[in-house]
Design a protein around this ligand. Structure first.
Ligand SMILES: NC(=O)c1ccc[n+]([C@@H]2O[C@H](COP(=O)([O-])OP(=O)(O)OC[C@H]3O[C@@H](n4cnc5c(N)ncnc54)[C@H](OP(=O)(O)O)[C@@H]3O)[C@@H](O)[C@H]2O)c1
Length: 262
């Protein structure tokens, strides 16, 4: 039987709220404490928890930092004397390295890169950490929000680009498919519903298949899919996607440098 841990979620924007929803769905194993400094965000939150503006002393448990990278250094300066060394610091903050925390804290650090799917406990949580074993059983608890998998930290800029930001690539594509259908004469509501149904049909196709194999299963010689795929190839779709992922990776590297230099 796992013991309850004190979990302090700092920042209740998109990701903080997704963690909160996921942990609330589990409803045991945690004492949750919430912190948010933006009163508008607090007013819009529908929760029975008390929300504090800033932290006092935190003596044990986990601090889960869901703030933007550019708020991190002022958070560290204001709080480093208030967080005891036994507290586990969990950071899903893009571009922020374990060594950045090690320069300021003696604590155990776990770096995570989930995406918003943790909100309904169907997530996947890549992580890397600077300690052995599962301190405080936190990884077992994260497993209840989604499967966890440890990666070497040098892969985190790529993981951030393909997984943390990943849902945005698919939703942007869906938005453009919807616009195309509208441009070709369909009503927006009809196009949106069909594209929503399309997205919901995708998980059943993922399986263990190679992605290219799924594409092959859909296209037939000289058919409609092949016509569209040829158009994508002519417009250098591979380059368009590579450039987007590379830009996100580069931004993650840049954030690491900016955060370290501040
Ligand atoms: N969104 C995603 O899908 C996703 C996925 C993976 C990782 N991440 C990472 O998660 C972090 C949060 O992203 P987000 O999209 O959730 O950002 P967000 O919506 O802007 O949420 C951050 C919230 O934290 C508040 N805040 C800032 N400093 C604080 C402090 N010291 N104490 C309490 N609250 C504070 C902010 O208030 P103000 O508005 O006043 O600044 C804001 O409401 C980022 O570092 C991002 O890299 C996000």
């Amino acid at each position: 039987m796992m013991t309850d841990i004190n979990l302090h979620i700092i920042g209740l924007g998109n990701l903080g709220q997704s963690f909160l929803n996921g942990f609330n769905n589990i409803d045991h194993g945690f004492n949750i404490y919430l912190y948010e400094e933006n009163s508008q965000v607090v007013n819009n939150l529908n929760t029975t928890y008390e929300i504090q503006e800033s932290i006092n002393e935190i003596d044990d448990g986990v601090v889960l930092l869901c703030i933007k990278p550019n708020d991190l250094n002022s958070f560290i300066n204001l709080t480093k004397s208030k967080i005891s060394s036994g507290v586990l610091i969990a950071s899903p903050i893009a571009g922020t390295t374990i060594s950045h925390y090690e320069n300021n804290f003696e604590n155990k650090i776990i770096r995570l890169m989930p995406n918003l799917s943790i909100s309904n406990n169907s997530g996947f949580i890549p992580f890397t950490k600077n300690y052995e074993e599962d301190y405080l059983g936190f990884i077992s608890k994260l497993n209840l929000l989604g499967e966890t998998h440890e990666y070497s930290e040098d892969l985190f800029d790529i993981i951030t680009a393909i997984f943390g930001s990943g849902p945005a690539w698919y939703f942007e594509l869906s938005s453009k498919i919807t616009d195309s259908a509208v441009n070709l004469g369909m009503k927006k509501e009809d196009a949106k519903l069909i594209v929503q149904k399309l997205m919901l049909s995708l998980p059943s196709l993922v399986g263990n298949n190679d992605f290219d194999q799924v594409v092959n299963n859909i296209k037939s010689p000289n058919g409609t899919t092949e016509a569209g795929l040829n158009s994508l190839a002519n417009d250098s779709f591979d380059k368009v996607i590579f450039n987007a992922i590379e830009s996100a990776v580069n931004r993650s590297i840049e954030i690491s440098k900016d955060t370290d230099d501040e």
